[in-house]
Design a protein around this ligand. Structure first.
Ligand code: PLP
Length: 474
């Protein structure tokens, strides 16, 4: 086993390696250029029987691993959604690993639970979220691994809250056959997956059409709920999206919330990427109506400089969530839990075990401060808006959707085939990385501007490469 002395030495080497990586990440091809199977082909067929020198392991990180990495932290990464990280976040993560805490119960590490509660309350203040999500009322926040898990937990809580027939014991008999859920045709695929996981099945997910700007149509939601109710079904759960994955559309949460109230349905708001923008008061309009939501989630691991994984999930009333997720085997009983004075976060999530994720969030918030976080988000939005104006001015390109915060969707006017070739050529070049979606049934390029080291110059260069490559392909 490595001695603490060796650990010190190699730890410094690894930190140096990471710092060098941070400095040089823009020199690597953004999208990994390896062929399928190439990484495995460089690995020995069997594990080593005896331990190897740490120097050799680190050398293989350079030789084997690095070529097979797509560089999400590159300033030229504009694909999917950001997964921006930062040095304080990496150090918080390292400390969490060093402490090796498993925070399933308050008693298994009180600091793990209490720091998490505290930092999630801080975020309520920083993002001006409704007070009903605070931990000192009926609700509270918890860190989940991802927004997908948050949606699944919200769906479960909704099903457990909604027991019209009180004789039905959901824990023993499962979710009622008459409970149905709703979301828009632009919602993230994790909602469909949550329906599959709960066993409700996707037939019981009503996919509501979106309008010309990809926002859920509240009128159609109301109609569908009325139809379902007439047929003896119970509208149980609605997921509205603030910042859809494809185009960043923002569903009309106030209208949706009103409809949910009429039917007693649970409203979950998924703001996985866009939520971070609420750090800045000028973008908080997108959270209009959130005061009526039963739950809300956003991912600091997308846009708030906290490395993956870190999703913040809030509920206005924690009782149904606990009803859905707490089971108490004898071996987990302890005095603190039984006193009722503490929170055991194992009851707020699917797995039992949990990492000390709050450390990295705390490190980032303390190290950058709210004002620097706001400035960075503002810059990203500003650069995306400059990109939007360049696209508007160029006759060969068009905007495919209104810009949403840091996300710009556009296409070349030359049609799907040209846009596909443009995307492939740009990504194969390794100079930048973009992804695509389909809007209006047309191939659409997406550029999401929010990596930690991205500056205006990278956006300018990317736009020059897009225009130049398109001209060559014509
Ligand atoms: N919800 C929305 C709106 C998203 O854009 C995404 C990611 O693209 C997700 C959920 C899924 O996020 P996660 O990977 O945290 O589950």
């Amino acid at each position: 086993m490595m001695t603490p002395e060796d650990f010190r030495r190699h730890g410094r080497e690894v930190i140096d390696w990471i710092a060098d990586y941070m400095e040089q990440v823009d020199t690597y091809p953004v999208l990994s250029q390896v062929e399928p199977g190439a990484v495995r082909a460089m690995l020995p067929g069997s594990p080593p029987e005896t331990g190897e020198a740490f120097e050799d392991i680190l050398a293989d990180v350079n030789r084997v691993i690095l070529p097979g990495v797509t560089h999400w932290q590159s300033p030229n990464f504009f694909g999917y959604f950001p997964a921006n990280s930062s040095p304080p976040s990496v150090l918080g993560e390292l400390l969490a690993a060093g402490l090796g805490v498993q925070g399933m119960l308050w008693t298994t590490s009180p600091a793990c639970t209490e720091l998490e509660q505290h930092v999630l309350d801080w975020l309520i203040e920083m993002l001006d979220l409704p007070d009903r999500f605070r931990s000192d009322g009926t609700g509270g926040g918890v860190i989940q691994d991802t927004a997908s898990s948050a949606s699944l937990c919200a769906l479960l809580a909704a099903c457990y809250r909604d027991r019209e027939d009180l004789s039905h014991d959901t824990r023993r008999k499962g979710i009622n056959a008459w409970q149905v859920a709703y979301t828009s045709d632009q919602a993230h695929s994790s909602i469909e997956k949550a329906m599959m996981i709960t066993g409700m099945g996707t037939d019981r997910l009503r996919v509501i059409e979106s309008d010309g700007q990809w926002r859920m149509r509240a009128d159609l939601l109301a109609q569908q709920m009325q139809t379902d109710a007439r047929h003896g079904l119970k509208p149980t759960f609605v997921c509205a999206t603030v910042g859809t994955t494809s185009s960043g559309a923002i569903d009309p949460v106030p209208e949706i919330a009103q409809i949910c109230r009429e039917h007693g349905a649970w409203l979950h708001v998924d703001a996985a990427m866009a939520g971070t923008a609420a750090l800045c008061p000028e973008f908080r309009e997108m959270h209009e109506g959130l005061e009526w939501a039963d739950s809300y989630a956003f991912n600091p691991h997308k846009w708030m400089f906290v490395n993956f994984d870190c999703d913040c999930f809030y509920v206005a009333d924690r009782k149904p969530l606990l009803q859905a997720l707490s089971v108490l085997p004898d071996y987990l009983r302890n005095r603190a839990s039984q006193s009722g004075d503490v929170v055991d976060f194992r009851d707020w999530q699917i797995p039992l075990g949990r990492r000390f994720r709050a450390l990295k969030l705390w490190f980032v918030i303390r190290s950058l401060g709210a004002s620097d976080l706001r400035d960075r988000v503002r810059q990203h939005v500003d650069w995306a808006s400059q990109l939007e104006s360049w696209i508007r001015e160029d006759d060969d390109f068009e905007l495919a959707a209104p810009r949403s915060l840091n996300l710009v969707c556009f296409r070349h006017v030359g049609g799907d085939e040209l846009n596909q070739r443009l995307l492939d050529t740009l990504n194969d070049s390794g100079d930048l990385f973009l992804t695509h979606t389909r809007l209006d049934d047309r191939m659409t390029l997406r550029m999401s501007v929010a990596q930690t080291t991205t500056e205006l110059v990278h956006v300018e260069r990317a736009w020059a490469a897009i225009r130049g490559t398109a001209a060559e392909l014509m």
